[in-house]
Design a protein around this ligand. Structure first.
Ligand code: GDP
Ligand code: MN
Length: 398
């Protein structure tokens, strides 16, 4: 789960990371009011959307008067901000954050990520901040510092100092940098984050240090341990299909092919997609119904998969260990009887109660194509899709 910049800053501030003074606004007037409250004569108005690259897309505006703050905010509200990270649909701005302007001396990149290969948290830092890490990797690859944290001891002072020295931070600011690095690490660990990114971490002209931008991502599977973090979720920033599925306890991934896949388990989902590709087709999405799927859940899964208008065929592939094939079959029947999908449905069931499951499908009289193996299921699904497109082609030709 992603959160907004202002939320990440508030969390990190609680861990000793220095952040500028700021206030959230839901209207241009409120933004101007925030500016007055912050004081000074220079402010930054920042669109709160779940994406980076806002600066280049008009989502970060420097202002010198309260009127300019109001105008900048007015310009942003309701706008669909399209950045190099959002895709063409962009993200709509419903909140802006107003901050006191900072006199930037130097911009540093500092991030904490999960290094799956090392199975450790890794610090990634670069003195060439301000640009995105992909750009740094391309233009200044040698500037990137990577440092792995031993989980048993956490990040040590000497380690944080080593990173700070590597970034060319002056002796006078080292202790501040150490506190910032350690604070980010503690926030990452305590809150089950998968990423903390401060870009830029700024050295100011008066010798201070401040996190000018902040981004945090959390492990969805650990959110149950952090109700206060779960509350920060902003659905207006998520893919509607994926958040709808998540609300129903289903894992949905949207893709761009034509075959909708309902499976249980991530491994089986991968195998199913490979088999579809091998048979000459392309998956439109996959929906993992997980273990212990009740008929209601299966019916919901059908509705979600069919909500994608590119779906021309549905392939259900269940290997029931914890699941039960008869439940899944009941769900399929329930779903298709209540909402006929109008596309071919191919079903492969294996595992617990498979005979009962097959019986339910046969007795339902529904035009469901059954398959015994995964290979057969994929071939039939692709075959049905090709036949469907040929039919359409024929109609068009006639
Ligand atoms: P992003 O583009 O979404 O990553 O948004 P950032 O918060 O990183 O802002 C983009 C850029 O705007 C930063 O790299 C800074 O160069 C600039 N910026 C943001 N806040 C300030 C500020 O208070 N003062 C100055 N001078 N520049 C700022
Ligand atoms: Mn940034």
């Amino acid at each position: 789960m992603d959160i907004h910049e202002y939320q990440a800053k508030s969390i990190l501030a609680g861990y000793g990371v220095p952040v500028p003074r700021g206030g959230l606004a839901y209207s241009p007037e409120q933004a101007a009011y925030r500016a007055r409250d912050i004081g000074g004569n220079r402010w930054v108005v920042k669109a709160q959307v779940h994406t980076g690259g806002r600066g280049k897309a008009g989502g970060v505006k420097l202002c010198n008067t309260e009127d300019e703050v109001l105008e900048a905010a007015d310009e942003m509200f309701g706008k669909r901000l399209v950045t190099n990270q959002t895709g063409p649909d962009g993200k709509i701005v419903y909140r802006v954050y107003v901050e006191g302007g900072v006199a930037i001396e130097r911009e540093i990149y500092l991030a904490f990520v999960l290094d799956r290969k090392a199975e450790r948290i890794m610090v990634v830092a670069s003195a060439a901040g301000g640009m995105e890490i992909e750009e740094i990797a391309e233009k200044e690859p040698d500037s990137i510092i990577r440092n792995i944290v031993e989980p048993a001891v956490g990040i040590r002072d000497f380690q944080a100092r080593e990173i700070a020295f590597g970034l060319g931070i002056d002796a006078g600011q080292i202790s501040q940098a150490v506190e910032t690095i350690k604070g980010c690490y503690r926030a990452f660990r305590d809150l089950d984050a998968t990423m903390v990114e401060i870009n830029p971490l700024v050295l100011t002209s008066d010798g201070g240090m401040v996190a000018l931008d902040a981004k945090m991502t959390f492990d969805d599977n650990a959110l149950f341990r952090h109700p206060d973090i779960s509350e920060l979720r902003d659905k207006s920033q998520e893919d509607a299909r994926e958040s709808k599925a998540a609300d129903r306890g289903l894992n949905y991934v949207g893709l761009d092919g034509e075959i909708g896949c309902i499976v249980n388990g991530a491994g089986l989902a991968m195998a199913t997609m490979d088999m579809i590709e091998l048979s000459g087709g392309k998956p439109a999405n996959f929906l993992d119904i997980g273990g212990g799927a009740t008929p209601e859940r299966v019916a919901k899964a059908f509705r979600l998969v069919m909500a994608d208008e590119n779906v021309g065929v549905i392939l259900v592939n269940i290997f029931a260990g914890i699941n039960r094939c008869d439940w899944v079959a009941k769900g399929i029947v329930q779903a298709l009887q209540n909402n006929p999908v109008g596309v071919p449905v191919i079903v492969r069931l294996a595992g617990t109660n498979v005979e009962e499951g097959r019986k339910i499908l046969v007795e339902s009289g529904l035009p469901v194509v059954r398959a015994a193996t995964l290979g057969e299921a994929a071939e039939r699904a692709v075959g049905a899709w090709q036949a469907g497109t040929q039919d359409t082609a024929k109609v068009v030709a006639e």
